[in-house]
Design a protein around this ligand. Sequence first.
Ligand code: FMN
Length: 190
Amino acid sequence: MDVFDAIIGRRSCRKFLPGAVSDADIEKILEAGNWAPSPANQQPWEFVVITDPGIKARIFTESEACRKKLFERSGWKWLEKFSIDFVKEAAVIVAVVGDPRKSGADMFLDEGAGRGYLEGCSAAVQNMMLAAHALGLGSLWFSLFEAAAVRQVLGLDAGKDPVALLCIGRPGTVPASKRKDFREKTTYLR
Ligand SMILES: Cc1cc2nc3c(=O)[nH]c(=O)nc-3n(C[C@H](O)[C@H](O)[C@H](O)COP(=O)(O)O)c2cc1C
């Protein structure tokens, strides 16, 4: 698939059809993530590949609690009814786990220190979503969870940051998306 087609054609998938994702496809997706750029090439990510329905169910329960808490705090109507069943329906969830100690030289900046690991992990997630799309799979960057809860469910060390839970599976209906025109957001200094 052409890279521009992949970038523009990828959509967030919140409805997955039954069916497994092959180990070969999972490995291709992980390989794509692993080739992301990162500060000083510190590769601040680790991947946890979850297919165990019991673990998915525990993530669902924790995320439901998080969704309710965020609704109470924000009052945002969409959060009240937002279904996160896709957490249980996705064939695979890949947790992209960051190491905040691997942020590169930005640790010594006055502003924005220590965010390099997040930026590297985010690049990895995007690579993985594009790879999934190129393989005909749907994906969703899911972030509606408290890090401590996910750390406990996945047995992660206290110093690690579960940056994203990437839900992957055979895509059901995927809604359209739109963007503002980039020209409204671009300044040229020529
Ligand atoms: C950092 C980040 C966190 C996100 N978290 C969630 C989430 O928790 N649940 C969800 O349904 N979508 C989540 N999304 C997906 C966005 O809602 C989605 O990318 C956006 O609406 C644009 O739609 P598109 O990806 O189909 O173009 C997240 C995306 C990003 C980049």
